[in-house]
Design a protein around this ligand. Structure first.
Ligand SMILES: NC(=O)c1ccc[n+]([C@@H]2O[C@H](COP(=O)([O-])OP(=O)(O)OC[C@H]3O[C@@H](n4cnc5c(N)ncnc54)[C@H](OP(=O)(O)O)[C@@H]3O)[C@@H](O)[C@H]2O)c1
Length: 276
């Protein structure tokens, strides 16, 4: 075992923030065999810890860091978008540990084993010292995640990519459920019907990449079908029409890329109009 991993197993980690991530992280670290204090609530300071991890909203990190000032030689946060300077008030070395995973419910921790939610995910790590960076990496690996280093300059783009992949997909599903009302489906009925489609789409993207995973009327060049869809959206959910039009444009651009001779998927006589 690498020395930092060895010392990690005897480390005591304090977790601050009893929300979605803090609850799941505390449970998973315990399952991984680490000693854990917490999750601690507002104003509480985990004592006697080798490191403290703040799982609080991004805007609260400086305030929470001030509360735990001097309590541990290492203090970290779990935000993807926030630089390590937000931890300055804590003193000592700082680290970042951002699981590239979504924890939607506080009862995630009750889903046993809690480690399952972390295992296999990526984890962006950072540190203000080589030791702090190594600690974050070892913590990520103890949870079964793949650690990759991120510096403050790349954080906004990294986090925007994560939001597009996860948060906006949820927004799109809500839009799909809304539009399905035009077919007389209740949201729960639409969800039950659409989720198998969503799951297979995710698997196709993972296996084939976006260009080859794309199916449907835009990819086939069925313009009349797209027009009929557009009229239905306008009727059922006019507030979603702008979104629909933007997505059609981006999907046409993607279909155009898929139609490149290298991929050889679209007939050359069916070029796609790609507007900005
Ligand atoms: N959830 C995810 O999927 C996810 C994934 C990766 C990373 N993260 C990161 O994890 C962090 C927490 O996100 P979350 O989704 O777990 O948020 P959350 O569910 O809203 O929980 C935040 C918790 O922090 C507490 N809190 C707020 N201000 C505090 C303070 N000054 N001191 C101590 N505790 C404080 C809140 O308590 P009150 O109820 O008293 O306000 C709440 O229990 C964020 O930086 C986020 O970027 C989240």
């Amino acid at each position: 075992m690498h020395p930092i991993s060895q010392s990690l197993m005897s480390a005591r980690v304090g977790v601050v923030g009893a929300g979605r991530l803090g609850t799941a992280l505390s449970a998973a670290l315990r399952e991984a065999g680490l000693a854990v204090n917490g999750p601690a609530g507002r104003g509480e300071v985990p004592r006697g810890c080798d490191a403290i991890v703040l799982c609080v909203p991004d805007s609260e990190i400086p305030a929470a860091a001030a509360v735990v000032a001097g309590a541990a030689p290492l203090t970290g946060h779990t935000s993807g978008a926030t630089g390590l300077s937000a931890l300055e008030a804590a003193g000592g070395a700082a680290f970042g540990l951002h699981p590239l995973q979504t924890f939607a419910a506080q009862d995630d921790a009750e889903r046993s084993p809690a480690l399952d939610a972390f295992a296999g995910a990526g984890c962006a790590v950072a540190g203000t010292s080589p030791e702090a960076l190594a600690f974050a990496g070892a913590l990520a690996r103890a949870l079964g995640m793949t650690a990759f280093e991120i510096d403050d300059g790349g954080r906004a783009a990294y986090h925007a990519a994560a939001s597009v992949a996860s948060n906006f997909m949820v927004t799109l599903q809500a839009a799909a459920e809304r539009i399905a009302a035009g077919a007389g489906l209740e949201p729960h009925e639409a969800r039950a019907l659409l989720v198998p489609l969503l799951r297979r789409t995710v698997e196709n993207v993972a296996e084939l990449g976006p260009e080859r995973a794309l199916t449907g009327p835009v990819a086939r060049g069925d313009r009349a079908t797209v027009e009929a869809q557009r009229r239905a959206v306008e009727e059922v959910a006019p507030e979603l029409l702008d979104l629909f039009d933007q997505l059609i444009r981006r999907t046409r651009a993607l279909a155009g890329r898929a139609a490149s001779p290298r991929l050889g998927r679209m007939p050359a006589d069916r070029p796609y109009e790609v507007s900005a």
